[in-house]
Design a protein. Sequence first.
Length: 295
Amino acid sequence: MESVRLKARAKINLGLDVVGRRENGYHDVRMIMQTVGIYDRLVVTKIEEDEVKIHTNLGFLPVNENNLIYKAFILMKETYGFKGGIEVDLRKFIPVSAGMAGGSTDAASTLFAINKLFYLGLNLRQLMELGVKLGADVPYCLLRGTALAEGIGEELTTLRPMPDCHIVIAKPPISVSTKLVYEKLDSDEVEIKHPDIDGIISGLEAGDLYEVASKMGNVLEQVTIPMYPVIDTIKNDMLECGALNAMMSGSGPTVFGLFEDEERARACQEFLRQKQDARQVYITDVFNLVNGGKK
């Protein structure tokens, strides 16, 4: 049987701003997206049965129509009408419900795999246009690298790659409702302070890690941190450990810190593990396609 093996990579937001709200409830955003080294492993196999079968290492994950892998298959099937199905072995390593696009990147890899296994001949742009029907982060997860995301997140502009650094990622044992965060942001309870997205872009263009770090900002922190103060605690701990800066990714609750020095990053990881405010703590790095990354 034909199979493809894929690394579905996670993302962080170096900057996240909300600039408007549409009548349909979606929000217009300006975000700087960055792919990192953490990834889920997928083995997608073409099968004769006209269905999708999903196996995973996490028993609590849905393997039915509530899984974005399943939805990606149905979308491709209904759009192109090919015969047969897929069997997916999913090994999850990206923290779940963490603001790191774990589900979206699995869906993106599934679209890529189906295109290859069933010889559909779609280019990246066509796959991205399909992907936005599954979620605003899916087109970026197909593109990857360093990018400015606008619109609802689907309007993507490739940026100069982020300078190499060490990234400590910590997820506290809580789940955050993205819907609730945006609802609170829309209320009059929050006085919005917008991050300097253009400043981050300038830092990237200059290849200056310090400038990028100094301009990082996430407007959603103003909502999520008051609800879950542990996020701010982890941020401050990372800064005390020598991070150039630390920030919440997406709507949370994951926090990441940028480190120039690997020893400081490892010391921070050990400190956070011992303190136990975060259940999952990783060290990873920047993933850029120009450095030889491939799907």
